[in-house]
Ligand binder design. Structure first.
Ligand SMILES: [Zn+2]
Length: 488
């Protein structure tokens, strides 16, 4: 890299030379140079055809792709508290979609510890953003290293407007939730999410979801759902998700699609055709992480001896993080249910999926990559640090499950289209300069269930809005992330 100051004859601020350009469309990769001016991609040309840049990087042997978009995160608070966002930018991620599973940091206030699952955004910290505009301001002030696209969580709305969340929302709460959604959409939210699986959201019926969904539809937003049931009734839940999104008029994202529980293993042969059939007449996509374990709160109804459960964090017993529930139960001389009760509030990693199901979902044309990482966990699921390199390294290069171009498309162009992110997700003149350079022959995740915070390898350079924001030797640590949505 030449890092001389800008010379008057330089045409570009940056030029990436001799890259294998994987442009995010899913089309074939090609050799090329890419020139950047300000925060935009200015030109793309065959190798050696672009003029000089104030700074130039030779990418021989490397791929250059649009920055990865993490379609499913719970990074609402971490973008404010740890704005360097190392777990994500070290994977090549340049945009995170926050506010999934009905859980969002705005618009709701809690002075003390929030109820589960809101504690997935940091267990004992207060919620202090009564409007989405206040959260958007905080993002602008924190200036995280990566862009933020925000969904508004249905549980956040219910907790902000209802004293008793065990019932369907009464008319007055419906009116206030609709107003809050309107405010959020007007101030740059990208859509909304539900987590009908969770106690704070489960009493909402299809009518409640459709009515609020219409507010989001009117503003052009998208709907993501952690469905009511990913176990035995997964097909019914898919029907509910499709029917409500269709009635509301929003595109649908089925979150972290899986068939959970040993007795449901293999059933993606039923769910994926059901989803594909719906997608014939309505925009439906799914997000997926490349692991056969899930992670959320430690819940009594998820405790079982049919698959292993690892503790991710425990408030009363923090030293039990990283240990298996069965081992703790044996040590304490208790059964699994009593052990789980004693550990709560807590988070856990559930080895509840079949690897063949994971591969089928990853290979589906409808799937986008989303980490679902939980950045506040003491011993997090490795998806937080490893998702994107794992798809490109393990699943694409090693197993040949997806061509490189398809894998990149599922983390860039497809995702930008689903969430309506303008001028992102593809390498094209005029688009924002969110870019990642990586070594396709080397890229790999290193995070494991035992050592979950190991940084991936093979990601060389990451640029966000024209600012170099990450490199392997740690010298580039710019922060140029913004709140992004369908019209900004
Ligand atoms: Zn979820």
């Amino acid at each position: 890299m030449s890092s001389s100051a800008a010379r008057p004859n330089d045409r570009f601020d940056w030029v990436f030379r001799n890259a294998l350009v994987v442009d995010g469309t899913g089309g074939p990769a090609f050799p090329g140079d890419v020139g950047i001016v300000g925060d935009r991609i200015e030109a793309i040309g065959p190798p050696k055809t672009l003029g000089a840049g104030a700074q130039e990087i030779d990418l021989a042997g490397m791929a250059l792709a649009p920055g990865f978009i993490d379609s499913h995160t719970h990074d609402d608070r971490i973008v404010l508290d740890a704005p360097d966002m190392l777990p994500k930018i070290s994977q090549g991620v340049t945009t995170v979609v926050v506010g999934n599973c009905g859980i969002s940091l705005a618009p709701v206030r809690f002075d003390g510890p929030p109820p589960p699952p809101m504690n997935l955004l940091g267990g004992s910290q207060a919620y202090e953003f009564p409007t989405f505009a206040a959260y958007a301001d905080a993002v602008a002030r924190a200036r995280p290293a990566i862009n933020v696209a925000a969904l508004i969580g249905h549980s956040a709305l219910r907790l902000a407007t209802m004293a008793d969340i065990s019932i369907k929302a009464p008319p007055e709460a419906m009116r206030r939730m609709a107003e809050m959604l309107e405010e959020a959409m007007a101030n740059g939210a990208a859509g909304w999410s539900t987590g009908l699986f969770y106690p704070t959201n489960a009493a909402a019926d299809a009518e409640e979801v459709v009515e609020l969904g219409r507010v989001v539809a009117a503003a052009g937003g998208v709907y993501a759902t952690h469905m009511r049931d990913e176990f035995a009734n997964v097909l019914d839940s898919i029907d509910e998700a499709v029917n409500t999104a269709r009635a509301a008029g929003t595109p649908l994202v089925i979150s972290h699609h899986k068939c959970a529980g040993v007795e449901n293993w293999g059933r993606t042969t039923q769910t994926l055709p059901r989803i594909a059939a719906a997608a014939q007449t309505h925009r439906v996509n799914v997000d997926v992480y490349p692991y056969s374990a899930g992670s959320t709160n430690l819940r009594a109804d998820l405790v079982t001896d049919t698959y292993p459960i690892m503790i991710a964090w425990s408030e009363p017993h923090p030293q039990m993080a990283s240990r298996y529930l069965t081992d703790i139960a044996r040590e304490w001389g208790l059964d699994l249910a009593e052990t789980a009760r004693k550990l709560q509030p807590a988070g856990a990693i559930y080895f509840q999926m079949d690897e063949e199901d994971v591969r089928r979902v990853l290979a589906s044309d409808l799937s986008m990559i989303g980490s679902d990482g939980l950045p506040h966990d003491k011993h997090p699921h490795p998806r937080l640090w490893g998702t994107f390199p794992r798809v490109l390294g393990h699943y694409s290069r090693e197993l040949g499950l997806l061509p490189l171009e398809t894998a990149v498309h599922k983390m860039t162009g497809l995702t930008a289209g689903v969430f309506g992110l303008q001028r992102r997700g593809e390498i094209r003149a005029g688009n924002f300069a969110d870019l990642v350079a990586f070594r396709p022959d080397r890229i790999a995740d290193r995070a494991t269930y035992e050592s979950p915070s190991l940084q991936s390898v093979g990601i060389e350079w990451v640029m966000v809005n024209g600012v170099m924001s990450f490199d392997q030797d740690g010298s580039s640590r710019g922060r140029a992330g913004r709140l992004v949505s369908r019209d900004r």
